[in-house]
Design a protein around this ligand. Structure first.
Ligand code: DSN
Length: 443
């Protein structure tokens, strides 16, 4: 960063610090990844200088001949990779992409359905504080005690509420999605069926998760999770989507622009095209398969040590630890903080039937996409399971105070104790040494 370090050493130093953090720590947030140097170069290119409101061949600004080529290439690569007839690559990220779907097929006040946030669903699938739960009548379905989507409940709610739009997709779901069943339910009630594959897009490309394309009308995805591209999103319209509604592609395009957005981020579009090119290789398929093998190995390593997992394991890239046997209800923060201190970065999360609250949840969500990009395999997952268990075992005497006013003082004391904890400080050193052996650009 020759220029940046001269122009703005403050920001340059902070970026270097963050890069070192990414090298020295274990990134285990399931929605994060490391992009390739090629994606990074496209993302940081001169394309950031251009305005190109509209679509290829139909721009509102001059000078877009090259941008048109780039966007067409991104669209064609996405169509080929996901086997869909129409793709919009302009959404700024996953939430605006999902909002565009609502705008395309619903009117404010229409009934929509999605998985409850505390059961692993996403904010934009109708959660009450999201625009999607405020401007639409949201009905939420749930998972059963075993963590699987309660498809019988979905059927019952559909009969009762006759939704206009049904979502499948999640942020903390460890099973394969029953896309076929959802497709049949939507077809029977005449609803649009949208799948949000943000978390599993790379797994679908690698063939380790079934594709929703034969069943869903619309498929949305972010591009920066298992797909390993820049921070962006895409909306795809499938063959069944066009059969249901021949105007669906133009409804989606109009919802993105001018409905919700202005000019697309052309540097991101180019980086998406690069990521799609990388994802079309055999090497990427091996990568996607290894993500799942690693997640299963991590799950086994933890369960063998007595850690409880929602669903007793995983079928994809993530696991959800039920921490109630360690801390009782609401102990997610203890694990989140102590692991972060030791350089293991995950996020506290609700568990199905959450006995506490989304702010003080009882679970921890961990994933393997970023570790797998660094070249780690099952052997390394076993080692990491050992680190995680040691830390949890060290702090298991903590309990979240029941009285709300007692919580902050308790957590202040907890954080001070972690910093002084000799065992966790020793694990932190081991984690740093271990992580830095695996380059973050291991392509
Ligand atoms: N926030 C993302 C995740 O972490 O799953 C989803 O938008």
């Amino acid at each position: 960063m020759k220029n940046l370090s001269q122009t703005d050493p403050e920001i340059s130093n902070l970026i270097t610090k963050e890069k070192l953090r990414q090298i020295n720590e274990l990134e285990m947030i399931p929605s994060e990844n490391y992009v390739s140097p090629a994606v990074l170069e496209a993302s940081g290119s001169v394309l950031t200088n251009k305005y190109s409101e509209g679509y290829p061949g139909k721009r509102y600004y001059a000078g877009n001949a090259v941008i048109d080529e780039i966007e067409k290439l991104a669209v064609e690569r996405a169509k080929k990779l996901f086997r869909v007839p129409h793709v919009n690559v302009q959404p700024y990220s996953g939430s605006p992409a999902n909002l565009a779907v609502y705008m395309a097929v619903c009117k404010p006040g229409d009934t929509i359905m999605g998985l409850d946030l505390t059961h692993g669903g996403h904010l934009t699938h109708g959660w009450k504080v999201s625009a999607t739960g405020i401007f639409y009548k949201s009905v939420q379905y749930h998972v059963k005690a075993d963590g699987r989507i309660d498809i019988e409940e979905v059927k019952k709610l559909v009969r009762e509420h006759k939704p206009k739009l049904i979502w499948a997709g999640a942020t903390a779901y460890m099973y394969e999605f029953p896309f076929k069943e959802f497709g049949e339910i939507a077809q029977n009630c005449g609803a649009y069926f949208a799948c949000d594959i943000a978390h599993i897009a790379g797994l679908i490309v690698a063939g380790t998760h079934p594709t929703p394309v034969p069943y869903a009308h619309i498929v949305t995805t972010t591009t920066h999770k298992t797909l390993r591209g820049p921070r962006g999103a895409m909306i795809m319209v499938t063959g069944v989507g066009i059969k249901k509604d021949p105007d669906l592609p133009s409804k989606i395009d109009k919802a993105v622009f001018p409905g919700l957005q202005g000019g697309p981020h052309d540097n991101t579009t180019a980086a998406i095209a690069v990521a799609l090119h990388e994802a079309s290789t055999l090497k990427f398929k091996r990568y996607g398969k290894q993500i799942v093998k690693n997640a299963k190995a991590l799950a086994s390593g933890l369960m063998e040590r007595g850690v409880k997992l929602v669903g007793n394991g995983t079928e994809n890239h993530l696991i959800l630890l039920d921490l109630t046997p360690f801390f009782g209800p609401g102990g997610g923060y203890f694990a989140h903080y102590a692991l972060e201190f030791a350089g293991i970065v995950g996020n506290r999360n609700t568990i199905p039937g959450e006995p506490s609250s989304p702010f003080y949840p009882s679970g921890l969500r961990l994933g393997t996409p970023a570790l797998t990009t660094r070249g780690m395999k099952e052997k390394e997952m076993e080692k990491i399971a050992g680190f995680i268990f040691e830390i949890l075992d060290n702090i298991k005497s903590n309990k979240l105070p029941q009285k709300k006013e007692d919580r902050q003082p308790y957590l202040v004391k907890f954080r001070e104790e972690i910093k002084k904890n000799k065992n966790i400080t020793q694990i932190k050193k081991e984690v740093n040494q271990f992580a830095s052996r695996f380059p973050i650009f291991s392509y």
